[in-house]
Design a protein around this ligand. Sequence first.
Ligand code: AMP
Ligand code: MG
Length: 435
Amino acid sequence: MLSHSFATALPNFVSPWRVEAWPDAHIKLLNPDFQLDDATLWQLLKQEGHAQAYAGHQFGQFVPMLGDGRAVLLGEIDTAFGNKEVHVKGSGPTPYSRRGDGKAQLGPVLREYLISEFMHAVGIPTTRGLAVITTGETIARQTLQPGAALVRVADSHLRVGTFQLAAIRGREQVLEVLRYSAQVLDVEADTEEATAEALLLRVMQSQATLVAKWMRIGFVHGVMNTDNCSLSGETLDYGPCAFIDAFDGNAVFSSIDQQGRYSFGNQPHIAAWNMVRLAECFVGILDVDTLNALVQEFPALYRQAWVDEMAPTIGLSSSPEALELLDDLLVLLQNHNPDYHSLILKLRNNPEGAHQWLQPWIQRWQALEPDRELMQAHMPNWIPRNHIVEQVIQAALNQDWDVVREHLMYARDPFNAPVAKAPENPTPYVTYCGT
Ligand code: AMP
Ligand code: MG
């Protein structure tokens, strides 16, 4: 049932590898959407797979060899959601582990599972969790926690970093990755040049859409390094991610993001920067003027995507008046830092009860007759706010899996779940990379 298209097509970008033998492994969560039973999952985990090789810019610094340091790509399977790559994160050391132990803790694994289920439920492209497994080990990071692994699926684990590794090895390998990516992303063109151009545009469009959706929901990815920037436009590698409570473009949660490079408001700029890094890989296939012209389209693509997400979030279709209202709203939010999610729900349910400073804006907005159903479809009642995620992780660490399951139910059906209220005493929230 497993195929190995990635490894077969790109042998220079993988090392054959297996998931390590775990001392006492238990499946704690199994995603019902994928209809796999325990026995089949154990069988999958025994198969020989591959650790992927890629390069990447980490916080702006180029690292020529990163690769899966704690993950194994088992291969591809057919699912109810189409053909998917199956990846195991927390699989033990690999040839790319450098100084890392290749392992993961239960808290971060559960965090990725919960948040990615939510992202999927609200229509944001993402890798998805297939299973959460505890390994029977104890793993030390900021704290001691049970060891765990996340089995996850993605349309593709091709990243900007895959092309970056190809680019330092030369044109032949760039063409190899280009051919396979074009096949995976369904990009068809007659020549290498046309394929490179179409692929770059496709990735730019999907990143613009993805980041616009993150902004709509208040998501901060936290580590938008080029090795975590997926060519298929899926949210990839939930490490130090978080949702904003108070609206603030400068919001940063990750302990290592001292400069605010990956702050909430900077995400569109970083996506643009990442697309330039991708374009650089095509120097030698396309001329520099063409590449420059292409990447300069990103801001317009993003602006359109942002309007397409935000206008319906406030119940409007994208007219010039709606655009003006959106831009004004952004300024008000940045000046007053209200709780973002509560404010959008307030607009939908009881705009008269909203903050005084918003009332003049609300009058202009109501004149456009906002559509409440549209608003409802773009902002769920429940979002995995930081204090809720922490509560779920604590419950799992205390073996209280009923609490975990209850919140997973909300994550999977957030439009019908109870409202996730803002924390009463918002405290600064710090997240860590170590899934
Ligand atoms: P990330 O930015 O979290 O996606 O990780 C960046 C790189 O560090 C990737 O190559 C990971 O595989 C690697 N890495 C992260 N944590 C570990 C770990 N515990 N052991 C080995 N490699 C790791
Ligand atoms: Mg990564």
